[in-house]
Each structure stands twice: as structure tokens, then as C-alpha cells.
Design a protein around this ligand. Structure first.
Ligand SMILES: CC(C)(COP(=O)(O)OP(=O)(O)OC[C@H]1O[C@@H](n2cnc3c(N)ncnc32)[C@H](O)[C@@H]1O)[C@@H](O)C(=O)NCCC(=O)NCCS
Ligand SMILES: Nc1ncnc2c1ncn2[C@@H]1O[C@H](COP(=O)(O)OP(=O)(O)OP(=O)(O)O)[C@@H](O)[C@H]1O
Length: 239
């Protein structure tokens, strides 16, 4: 069953684009909790957007953070990766050698698949338990591969998808400035992510983050109000 957002006026202007192809509906059969999936390519501004939602009191579940936690030193997930890819994935201190793994998997599609087959189920399980523990009016689930990793099922946990959209030039410039990584490495990661058009097609809401942070926050405010309304409707929906 799905319910309509009674006030179809979401308060969004044309710049803070609601994806017009998508009705303001939410699937109540999934959960009585509104989970908004937040996604975008590398360096698009997911963390900047998450930080703003967190300031509004919204719980954030960050798949990137979980992805780091599940491969902690001595974890079963790291042992599985080591068994699958080789002992070289672990450094002398027993930590995952992230730079070595990154270089290897983004140049070897088969190795990336092997890595994701191990990490994605672990990320999903951890995300599910964080969802259970969360208490805010709605929850943001931030994941770079929300749409790509359909088999990992993160998108299945979400009622709506919010995409942070940015031009590829801005993406490259911001990601390389932040990580001090070469354009080539960032382009290799981008090649393993959806292109903008395809990602935007899956969006319920789209925020364009080509300008400054103030412009980003200005677009997030009406979305936040809309999510609060949808969360209330979902809470009291009758199946
Ligand atoms: C390959 C790894 C070791 C590189 O680690 P590193 O510390 O250099 O990068 P980090 O994890 O901070 O990721 C940086 C960015 O790369 C992108 N990215 C990460 N994993 C992937 C992937 N499997 N496919 C495409 N892009 C990815 C994301 O935009 C992410 O924000 C690491 O990203 C990893 O273990 N990836 C597999 C787990 C995964 O899929 N994570 C994404 C969360 S759903
Ligand atoms: N509107 C903006 N104006 C200026 N800088 C920005 C803006 N949005 C984000 N940034 C900066 O760009 C960089 C990338 O943003 P952020 O870390 O939020 O992206 P991300 O989508 O979380 O990236 P990743 O997928 O790599 O984790 C950061 O240094 C951030 O401070």
C-alpha cells in the first residue's frame, strides 16, 4: 500500500528539484519508519548534506562509515577478504591496507566483485541494526552505492531516494582537493559508479550541489519539512 502526500505542495522550488516523474508517495508495506536513502557520486556532497540533516536532529546511518567498521582489524569480514584476495590485503599491524585494496579493485573488476560480495551483506546487516536503534522522526541512510548495489539491498530499506547531483568537473575538483588523490584514481572510482543521468532517474528528490554550501542547505530545508510530514503520515497510516 502507498499513501499520497496530502500537501502536494512540497515547498520546493524548481531549483531544489523534486523529481517530477515521481509521485509524492511512500510504500507503507516496508516499514512504519520513514527511511530516506541519500546517494550521489564520490565527492558529490553526501557528507555535507548528512551533516546538515544531523544538525536538524535526524539520525544518520552512513554506509561509508559502516564499510570501514566492518573490516576492522581481526574482524570476520576482514578475514574473509584476506582469504578471498590474498594475505597482501592486511598490513603488518593487521589492518586492511586500504590504499593497496583500492588500487587493486578499481583496476580489476573481478576483484571488486569479490570484495563487494563480502562487504555488502555485512554493511546491510549493520545498517539494519542501526535502523532499529534509531529514534529520530525519520532516518537518513547515506550510501554511495545505494542504487548500484541493488543486490546488497540497501535501497530496499528506503522509502525515498534523495540524490545529491553535481557536475563531473565539480565532483573531480572537490574529491581531489579533499583526499589529495590523483584525478586518475578518482576517475577510476567514478567509472565504477552510475553516471549522473542514470542515478537521477532513480531519484524521488534531487538536490543540485554545484554552488556553495548555503545554496545546498537552502534546498535541504524544504525537503526536511516534507520528510517530517511524510514521516507523520507513515506513522499513522493504516495498512
Ligand atoms: C576499496 C576500498 C578499500 C577503498 O578504501 P578507501 O579508504 O580508499 O576509500 P573509502 O572507503 O573512503 O571510499 C571512498 C569513496 O569511494 C567510493 N567507493 C567505495 N567503495 C566503492 C565501490 N565498491 N564501488 C564504487 N565506488 C566505491 C565511494 O564514493 C566512497 O565514498 C573501500 O572503499 C572498500 O572497502 N569498498 C568496498 C565496500 C563498499 O562497497 N563501500 C561503499 C559503501 S556502500
Ligand atoms: N556546496 C559546496 N561548496 C563547496 N564545497 C563543498 C560543497 N559541498 C561539498 N563540498 C566539499 O567537497 C568535498 C566533498 O564533499 P563530501 O565529502 O560531502 O562528499 P561525499 O559525497 O560525502 O563524498 P564521498 O562519496 O567521497 O564520501 C568536501 O571537502 C566538502 O567539504
Amino acid at each position: 500500500m502507498s499513501i499520497n502526500n496530502a500537501s502536494t505542495d512540497s515547498g520546493l522550488d524548481s531549483q531544489s528539484a523534486l523529481n517530477n516523474n515521481r509521485p509524492q508517495t511512500i510504500n507503507t508495506s516496508k516499514s512504519k519508519r520513514l527511511v530516506v536513502g541519500l546517494t550521489g557520486g564520490i565527492g558529490s556532497g553526501k557528507s555535507a548534506a548528512s551533516d546538515w540533516f544531523a544538525e536538524q536532529g535526524i539520525d544518520i546511518i552512513d554506509a561509508d562509515v559502516i564499510a570501514h567498521t566492518v573490516v576492522a582489524k581481526g574482524s570476520p569480514t576482514l578475514r574473509k577478504i584476506q582469504k578471498k584476495l590474498g594475505d597482501w590485503v592486511v598490513d603488518a599491524e593487521g589492518h586492511m591496507d586500504r590504499a593497496a585494496v583500492r588500487t587493486h579493485v578499481f583496476a580489476n573488476p573481478a576483484a571488486l566483485i569479490k570484495l563487494e560480495e563480502i562487504t555488502h551483506p555485512a554493511i546491510r546487516e549493520a545498517a539494519k541494526s542501526q535502523l532499529k536503534a534509531s529514534t529520530s522522526p525519520y532516518v537518513i541512510l547515506s550510501a554511495p552505492l545505494l542504487i548500484e548495489a541493488a543486490e546488497a539491498g540497501l535501497a530496499n530499506l528506503c522509502q525515498r531516494i534523495l540524490v545529491i547531483d553535481v557536475s563531473e568537473d565539480t565532483q573531480l575538483a572537490r574529491a581531489s582537493l579533499r583526499d589529495e588523490q590523483s584525478m586518475i584514481k578518482i576517475k577510476a572510482i567514478m567509472a565504477n559508479q552510475l553516471d549522473r543521468e542514470e542515478r537521477n532517474r532513480h531519484a524521488d528528490d534531487i538536490v543540485v550541489n554545484n554552488a556553495d554550501l548555503a545554496a545546498l542547505y537552502q534546498q535541504l530545508e524544504p525537503l526536511h519539512q516534507n520528510y517530517l510530514t511524510l514521516a507523520q503520515q507513515l506513522k499513522y497510516a493504516v495498512d
